[in-house]
Design a protein around this ligand. Structure first.
Ligand code: KIV
Ligand code: NA
Length: 275
């Protein structure tokens, strides 16, 4: 399994880091089989798996439950777990306790926290306690109500400078990687050059040190909003719907099950059936 130092080496060697979200056993198995470098149990699970319309309702219990399933499916892949909304803001000790639950109960290999400012100190404390931390800047969905919607961040010079400063502060605090979400590609490139830790982009152009996508977006599974920056490699939802429609039709028309799906009794035993 790759470790945090390996991701730094990948940046130094100009080797792109591939991250993908997973939320359950089969998606984790598929991610590991397909060669992703790092799995993220994202709080996007609130939208793509649980049917909420934001990440706000996601709880620690949700994250622990789903992380355990992911770990069962991907024993040899580094698993980063999102700390959910408000699980690292009330106090440092709260954040420490919640991070330790994710690592000890759910066996997370690292945790991810959104934002800078007050959060920088939390990142510092966590890394000092031995918790590997991934930062997350740009569009930070847990703050969407404050940001005023899902919008590109850091578009003007002032906002871009703030993002650069925040990124440096997150690195300084000890994060070993940084997710950059929905920022102009030139800004993501500049931040990636300034940092020694790898940047992992989503909607941040090609010049970051890695990329991350949401599993359900990549395979076209589900009914949530799919952002512009997603590349959908297929639409499994269409295949699933067609399959279920065929099943419904088969049962209605008594075409399923066929003999090959059925069990039989020996001829000599049949007399007993209708006595
Ligand atoms: O929750 C998530 O899936 C994420 C990624 C989009 C980075 O945080
Ligand atoms: Na997230």
């Amino acid at each position: 399994m790759k470790q945090t130092v390996d991701f730094k080496k990948m940046k130094e060697n100009n080797e792109s880091i591939v991250m993908l979200t997973s939320y359950d056993y089969p998606s984790a198995v598929m991610a590991e089989k397909s060669g992703v470098d790092m799995i993220l149990v994202g709080d996007s699970l609130g939208m793509v798996v649980l049917g909420y319309d934001s990440t706000i309702p996601v709880t620690m219990a949700d994250m622990i439950h789903h992380t355990k399933a992911v770990k069962r499916g991907a024993r040899d892949t580094f698993v980063v777990v999102d700390m959910p909304f408000m699980s690292y803001h009330a106090s440092i000790s709260d954040a420490m306790l919640n991070a330790s639950k994710l690592m000890q109960e759910a066996e997370a290999d690292a945790v991810k926290l959104e934002g800078a400012g007050e959060v920088v100190q939390v990142i510092d404390k966590l890394t000092q306690a031995g918790v590997p931390v991934v930062g997350h800047l740009g569009l930070t969905p847990q703050s969407v109500a404050v940001l005023g919607g899902y919008k590109v961040q850091g578009k003007d010079a002032k906002a871009a400078q703030k993002l650069i400063d925040d990124a440096l502060a997150v690195e300084q605090a000890g994060a070993f990687a940084l997710v950059l979400e929905c920022v102009p590609k030139q800004l993501a490139e500049a931040i990636s050059e300034k940092l020694s830790i790898p940047t992992i982009g989503i909607g941040a152009g090609r010049e970051t040190d890695g990329q991350v996508l949401v599993y359900h977006d990549l395979v076209g599974y589900g009914f949530h909003r799919v952002p512009k920056f997603v590349k959908q490699y297929t639409r499994v939802s269409d295949q699933i719907e067609a399959s279920i429609r065929s099943y419904v039709e088969d049962v209605k028309e008594q075409k399923f099950p066929e003999d090959k799906h059925s069990f039989t009794m020996k001829e000599e035993q049949l007399a007993s059936l209708y006595g």
